[in-house]
Design a binder for this molecule. Structure first.
Ligand code: HEM
Length: 168
């Protein structure tokens, strides 16, 4: 093989190797880019596919409405809290609570009512009464088959409302 032929053969080999390296590089690039996109789908609030809200986990407004009705049946039987509702229009209350919770759980905002501070002003609700309400909600959801981790999420959503609802 002449010197020139050797160089030409090596050139072919080098080209083939360069081609392989480029293909590998491209594959690696696209693989990582897609991995990044998958990560973004999990975290990015602007992504089309968001983390599922509690509203969705509960199956939407119909299920929340059913839960609220069951919950108030319990509330009206519970000696710790039933006296608060003796003058309340419970049909209206259930509607207000359903819309409030739909929004608080990450669903659409159709709540037209007072904020939690004004809505509970003058009731002088204490911590144990607040706990009783959250407990009855959790009990209702447990009976309806909602998983405990979702109920935990709901308790975490309700907890920050305590400071507005209690002792005023
Ligand atoms: C997670 C806690 C709670 C949430 C999310 C909540 C939510 C609401 C909402 C949305 C309303 C309707 C306000 C309006 O229509 O403008 C309301 C009213 C009311 N809440 Fe609560 N509440 C909570 C805790 C409590 C507790 C602990 C009590 C008493 C033990 C209580 C007693 C009442 C009563 C009696 C009303 C109706 C007042 C009326 O007759 O107009 N709430 N609440």
């Amino acid at each position: 093989m002449s010197f020139v032929e050797k160089i030409q053969q090596n050139k072919g080999l080098s080209l083939a190797l360069a081609g392989l390296a480029a293909a590998g590089g491209l594959a690696y690039y696209f693989f990582n880019q897609n991995k990044g996109r998958e990560e973004c789908k999990k975290q990015c609030p602007y992504s089309a596919k968001k983390v599922q809200s509690v509203f969705d986990k509960l199956g939407g407004k119909q299920n929340i409405e059913a839960a609220v009705n069951k919950f108030y049946e319990k509330v009206l039987k519970d000696d710790r809290v039933k006296h608060f509702f003796k003058n309340t229009d419970m049909k209206h209350q259930a509607k207000q609570q359903t819309n409030f919770l739909c929004f608080a759980f990450g669903g659409p905002n159709n709540y037209v009512g007072k904020n939690m501070k004004d809505g509970h002003k003058g009731m002088n609700i204490d911590d144990s009464q607040f706990n009783a309400i959250v407990e009855l909600l959790a009990q209702t959801l447990t009976e309806m088959g909602v998983p405990q981790d979702v109920i935990g999420e709901i308790a975490n959503i309700c907890e920050p409302l305590r400071k507005d609802i209690c002792f005023q």
